[in-house]
Every structure is written in structure tokens, then in C-alpha cells.
Design a protein around this ligand. Structure first.
Ligand SMILES: [Zn+2]
Length: 484
């Protein structure tokens, strides 16, 4: 008995040593992946609203590169080609699809960078590149929903959510994904999405830059070997990425969704991991996240190739904090608010809504008051302690100006705000994207009055007052310091 237990201890020790060694190799590789990234970044894609026509040449030029196979596997509702790119010739088929939601493009950007990496035969990390291509067959469907990307919207051209069409199979895009999975009998699946910037890592107040999910395959959320492998791989990826963005990684809700692809992939026997790209502070176009996504995918390939994921404990998956929707863009804390002779102490939360223009290629932002009351369980990307201030509605300036030029020439914006004027009328209004950036709200010349009442789901211009002086103005959901 003693010998057996000693042997067991020894085996366990070797096992954990091996796991460490293999993790170390993934980590060392990670450093090199990031060091060489700049050389592979696809520079023609610079923001999130690129279109199908911009990625087609990037895919077409891969045709004929060693180890690549490019094919058209079908067309979207509006007849845009959907591509399957195969890299490598190994025994383990891995399927990745991105942007099944048209406005969730971070992974597509990372995949374009990955294509450049794999196409650079003889470049840096070549030994490792060849290993990946020998052990794995990587199949990419970049931008599964090109019609949605065209409009930068979630759903496809029929306004159907592809991720609720895994079973009914009515859309051509969902049919393509199912057909490709079945034909490959993919062992691994990567379901690549973007999530709202308002997701936080548990109650920490930190933004969830990435969220992982090993989808459930039944309502009971059972764990079978297929799902267990997804969990183990996620544990390994979480450990890695936490070193670069500590505290910014969460676990997505694993409620079973019988119509979704991730859940069904798992059911069909493909170990599936969902990666949601969230927000990264100061990175609205997600270029930092794109770089970390590239790192995540290459590291995942290494973990699958070397089987280092198998050393991970699936139970550690549940230690990753859950995604919670507890963020706002701006929170004003504990302002005094007078109404009907009462004085209330309230928090006010604003969010910025993206408004698309120029054929959904550009974006400006519009503020909205989204919550009020006790918001102590929420965190703002920006917060202000207003506990010694009174919140009031901003006023409409009496004079009507001709245009923005005249307004700029004849007034001092700061002086207007100090006098409590947040709203101004113009005969000739500038485009919305310009108006949205101003510390004053602009209205047509015939506007009679502006209420700026503190009312949910509106965009009121507000003042924060201490003593008799305006300290701050909130215009279009943005905070401006006035008394400075
Ligand atoms: Zn999505």
C-alpha cells in the first residue's frame, strides 16, 4: 500500500511538473507572439466598421500560399461570398468562425492578422508555425454575416439572428456553418463574438475585456468530456491572458440556449469555446483587444497542439468571475435634486449610444440618461462625487445664431456654461457628428423651448452647482469642468 501511495504521489508530482513546464512553454511563446505581432498586423484594417469587400482581397491573396486552401462555401442572403480558409494539414480539425453578428468584428481583425502570420513561411517563429501546421488543421470562416457587417448590425439581411438559427436552419449563413462543421467533424470550435462594453468582471467594477464560455449542451448544464475539454482550454487561456490584462477577464453566463450555435456545437460533439471581446479602456476601436485576441487564438492552438490544456482542472473554470452588466460610461454620485419642494439625493448614470453614418463606416456618440437613484452597485468608466452639488437643468440661450462659426466667434463656451446656458439655437446646424463633440447642445432656430428635465432615457443637459457657481456641465452625456 505504501509503495502504491508513494508511486501515486510521485506520478502526481511529475504530472504537475509537466503541466508547469508546458504552461511555461505557452507563456514563453506568448511573449514571442506579442513581440512579432506588429509585423503581422493587417494595416489596411484600422477600425471596427470594415466591410466584406475589404477582407475579400486579404483572403483571396492567400490562395496558393504553402499550407493554405481557400474556398467559397456559400453566399449570404445578399450573395456575398462566405469563405473557408484552411491552414495546415494536421490530424486535429479546429473550426473558427467570426462575426456571425455583423457588429462584432474584433475576432475578424485578429484572424486577418493570423493569416499574415501563417503566410510568412520562413519568418520569425517558423519552427513553431510549422509545428502548428503539421499537428492541426485550422479552418476559418471569417465574417459569417457579411450583410450584417455591411450595416454594422447584429442580425443578417433578413433581420434574423444567426445565433438563434442553429437548429431551424433557415438562413443560408447558418446552413453554411452547420454544413462545414458536419463535413469536418471539427474536434474544436471557436465561436467568436464581441460583447457590450458595459459588462464587468463580477462586482469588481473592472471592465470585462474578454469573456469566455464553455457553452452548456443541456438545461441541466451537465459536464461531459466534450464540454470538459472546453473548460480546460479556457482555464489555460484565462491564466495566460490574466498576465496581460489582470482582473479584466470574466466568464459568460452558461444558461443553455437551445437555438444557439455554441450550445449545439457542444451537443454535436465539437468542444466549443466562446470568446467575447468586450471593452478596453481608451480603446474604442478595439485595436488593443485585437492584438490580445491574436495572442489568445495562437496560444489556444499551442495548447491544443501540445495538449497542455489537458493538465488543467475543469473546476477552475468556475473560479473565473462571472460577467455582470454593472458598468456605465459616466456616473454622478449623490447629487442633490430639488423637485416639487422635496430634496432628493440621487446618482445619475449616462451611457453613450453609437450612431452610424456615412454608410455605417463612421460613428458618433449620443448621450442618454439610463439610470437614476441608488446606483452604488454600479461603476462608471468615469465618476464624479457630486455630494456637495445641486443638479439642475441647463438653460436655452435667448439669442439665435446663424451658424457654428458665428457662435464660436461671438461667444465663449465656458462663459455660457458658467452662466447656466447649455443649449443654443442655430439657423444652420452642423452635421450631427460635429455637434456631438461640442460642450453645447445645438437646436434648430425655430425651437421654442428645451426642457432638459431629469428624465430617464432622455439626453438632458445638466448643471452641477456649488454655492452659486456652476462647477460642471453634462452635455450629450459628457462631463465638462466649467469652473476652471
Ligand atoms: Zn454575438
Amino acid at each position: 500500500m505504501k509503495t502504491i501511495s508513494y508511486l501515486l504521489t510521485l506520478l502526481l508530482a511529475i504530472g504537475s511538473h509537466l503541466a508547469k513546464a508546458q504552461n511555461a512553454s505557452v507563456e514563453a511563446t506568448a511573449e514571442k507572439i506579442l513581440e512579432t505581432y506588429a509585423g503581422y498586423k493587417e494595416t489596411s484594417i484600422r477600425d471596427r466598421r470594415f466591410k466584406h469587400e475589404e477582407i475579400v482581397p486579404l483572403i483571396e491573396r492567400l490562395q496558393g500560399k504553402p499550407g493554405f486552401e481557400v474556398s467559397v462555401v456559400g453566399q449570404s442572403v445578399e450573395k456575398r461570398n462566405i469563405y473557408l480558409v484552411r491552414i495546415g494539414n494536421g490530424p486535429t480539425p479546429v473550426l473558427l468562425w467570426s462575426q456571425m453578428h455583423g457588429d462584432e468584428p474584433t475576432a475578424t481583425m485578429a484572424i486577418m492578422d493570423l493569416f499574415n502570420f501563417f503566410a510568412d513561411a520562413g519568418g520569425p517563429l517558423d519552427d513553431w508555425r510549422q509545428l502548428l501546421m503539421k499537428d492541426l488543421s485550422l479552418y476559418f470562416i471569417p465574417m459569417l454575416n457579411p450583410d450584417g457587417a455591411e450595416r454594422f448590425q447584429r442580425r443578417n439581411a433578413l433581420d434574423i439572428d444567426l445565433n438563434r438559427d442553429a437548429v431551424r436552419q433557415q438562413t443560408p449563413e447558418a446552413q453554411i456553418l452547420k454544413r462545414v462543421r458536419d463535413s469536418l467533424q471539427a474536434v474544436w470550435g471557436f465561436n467568436l463574438h464581441d460583447q457590450s462594453r458595459y459588462y464587468s468582471v463580477g462586482r469588481s467594477g473592472m471592465t470585462a475585456s474578454f469573456s469566455f464560455l464553455a457553452p452548456a449542451y443541456n438545461f441541466e448544464k451537465d459536464v461531459n468530456p466534450v464540454r470538459e475539454r472546453s473548460m480546460q482550454l479556457i482555464v489555460e487561456l484565462d491564466q495566460l491572458i490574466e498576465q496581460y490584462i489582470p482582473g479584466q477577464v470574466a466568464r459568460y453566463d452558461d444558461e443553455f440556449e437551445p437555438r444557439a450555435f455554441g450550445d449545439n456545437m457542444q451537443k454535436w460533439g465539437t468542444s466549443t469555446i466562446l470568446i467575447e471581446s468586450g471593452a478596453y479602456p481608451g480603446d474604442p476601436e478595439k485595436q488593443q483587444l485585437r492584438r490580445y485576441h491574436y495572442l489568445l487564438l495562437l496560444s489556444a492552438f499551442e495548447a491544443i497542439r501540445s495538449e497542455s490544456f489537458a493538465q488543467q482542472n475543469k473546476d477552475d473554470y468556475f473560479l473565473i468571475p462571472e460577467n455582470k452588466r454593472l458598468l456605465h460610461d459616466l456616473i454622478l454620485r449623490e447629487a442633490s435634486w430639488e423637485r416639487d419642494g422635496h430634496r432628493y439625493r440621487i446618482d445619475l448614470a449616462f451611457r453613450q449610444k453609437e450612431k452610424l453614418y456615412n454608410g455605417a463606416r463612421l460613428v458618433y456618440r449620443e448621450g442618454q440618461l439610463v439610470d437614476m437613484g441608488d446606483l452604488s452597485t454600479f461603476t462608471g468608466f468615469q465618476e464624479l462625487d457630486a455630494s456637495d452639488m445641486l443638479v439642475q437643468s441647463g438653460k436655452l440661450y435667448p439669442r439665435v445664431f446663424f451658424d457654428l462659426k458665428e457662435l464660436q466667434r461671438e461667444t465663449d463656451f465656458k462663459k455660457l456654461l458658467q452662466d447656466g446656458y447649455t443649449d443654443v439655437r442655430l439657423q444652420r446646424l452642423p452635421p450631427n457628428e460635429i455637434a456631438a463633440e461640442l460642450p453645447l447642445r445645438l437646436h434648430p432656430a425655430n425651437t421654442k423651448e428645451v426642457s432638459n428635465e431629469i428624465k430617464l432615457y432622455t439626453n438632458p443637459s445638466l448643471l452641477l452647482i456649488k454655492g452659486d457657481e456652476v462647477q460642471y456641465a453634462i452635455v450629450n452625456g459628457k462631463l465638462y469642468e466649467v469652473n476652471q
